[in-house]
Ligand binder design. Structure first.
Ligand code: SOE
Length: 379
């Protein structure tokens, strides 16, 4: 059966542009889908570099103005890989033009923008999803299955951290192509929107809504040279953030993130403790899920390390043979596979814009709480 083409127009070509392009290129080799993504156009302001990206990844054409890309009749889906401050404007224009949208995380700069983006895609009736990729690590998807099956029983505790160490040097500028994540005008926030947003998305998916938070943030380096001006400017992002949270199901949580944890490049871990069982996961060992079940016979009871590589475990039947693992880039392939499969079935693919708005609300409550030094309700 010949596949239905889904013409992709991607805006931005940084790190995420590569992960998404790789996913589009690979997905049909491993998943049997009705749709096939076609790398129709890449768009970036620097035409020469966009052309080099197009040559490397096989995009058919180049645009240097995202408005032109959105106007094109031969584009079905717009993939937004730009810095966060452009998500809102592009997504609303793309929705109005009737394009499907795959948007990088976090959804928006703030809740207000996020609400408008949800309204735009819902009014236009276009398929939409946000690239919170860690949901689709097979071990994390297995965690979701175990929780939904009730294996953990009532959940008491949720604990998540996301630690990095790449911004410790005072010499690092803020702003510009590589370092826009340090510039509040482009990123909206620091670790809260960049890293905790991942932890929050996973947490909401696994354990339901968060009602209240109490947070603290710190900006360790107060001034950095801005790449655009060459001048030292105040740093407005949060370098580190820790918060307590209460879930709607009564469980308690702690979340912590920093870019100042020397020795940690991308240590995302979570642990969930329930009445019957606990689970734990670590991005550095991403194919393993740790599981402890108190109902096991006492003489053999203990933490087991499940190597999530078997054909009956999430997504793994599509890859190699049992025991052979996959990695980070595959999470993006899984998101595209689910998006294309749901498209054929007329179903949404989570996290939709509306789901990602919930994460945005928690991030905003966290930043408000840190400022006001008080417990803050999410809604
Ligand atoms: C940089 O901090 C970053 O690349 C994030 O932007 C990603 O979302 C995260 O997955 C890894 O770290």
């Amino acid at each position: 059966m010949s596949k239905k083409p889904l013409n992709i127009g991607m805006i931005g070509y940084g790190f995420m542009g590569r992960t998404h392009s790789n996913a589009y290129a690979k997905v049909n080799h491993f998943f049997d889908l009705e749709y096939q993504p076609v790398l129709k156009a890449i768009c970036a302001r620097n035409g020469e570099r966009a052309q080099a990206f197009a040559d490397q990844w096989g995009y058919e054409s180049v645009e240097t103005d995202w408005r032109k890309l959105i106007e094109r009749d031969d584009i079905d889906a717009v993939d937004i890989c730009t810095p966060n401050n452009l998500h809102h404007e592009i997504a609303i224009a793309a929705a109005k033009a009737g394009k499907m949208i795959l948007c990088e995380k976090p959804l928006a700069m703030d809740v207000e923008q996020g609400e408008e983006m949800c309204k735009a895609v819902e009014e236009a009736g276009v398929a939409n999803t946000v690239w919170y990729n860690y949901r689709r690590v097979p071990a994390v998807t297995l965690a979701k299955q175990l929780i939904d099956e009730g294996k953990l029983g009532k959940i008491f505790h949720y604990r998540a951290v996301f630690l990095q160490d790449w911004t410790i040097s005072e010499e690092l500028p803020q702003g510009g192509e590589a370092l826009w994540r340090l510039d509040a005008a482009a990123a909206g926030s620091g670790v809260t929107g960049d890293l905790l947003a991942h932890c929050i998305d996973t947490a909401l998916w696994l354990n339901g809504g968060i009602s209240d938070v109490s947070a603290m943030t710190e900006t360790f380096i107060k001034e950095r040279v801005h790449s655009a001006t060459g001048e030292k400017q105040k740093v407005e992002i949060d370098d580190a953030c820790a918060f307590l949270a209460k879930f709607d199901n009564g469980s308690l949580a702690t979340f912590e993130s920093t870019r100042y944890a020397r020795g940690h490049k991308a240590l995302y871990t979570f642990e969930i403790n329930g009445e019957h069982a606990s689970i734990a996961w670590d991005l550095h060992d991403l194919h393993r899920l740790s599981y402890f079940d108190h109902r096991d016979e006492s003489t053999v009871r203990g933490w087991r390390s499940i190597h999530v590589t078997d054909g009956d475990q999430p997504y793994m039947g599509q890859w190699w043979v049992p025991g052979l693992q996959i990695g980070y880039e595959h999470t993006f392939v899984h998101q595209v596979a689910d998006f294309l499969d749901n498209l054929a079935k007329g179903q949404p693919t989570g996290p939709t814009f509306r789901d990602a708005l919930e994460t945005q609300k928690v991030c905003e409550a966290v930043l408000t709480s840190a400022k006001s030094k008080s417990w803050t309700s999410v809604n």
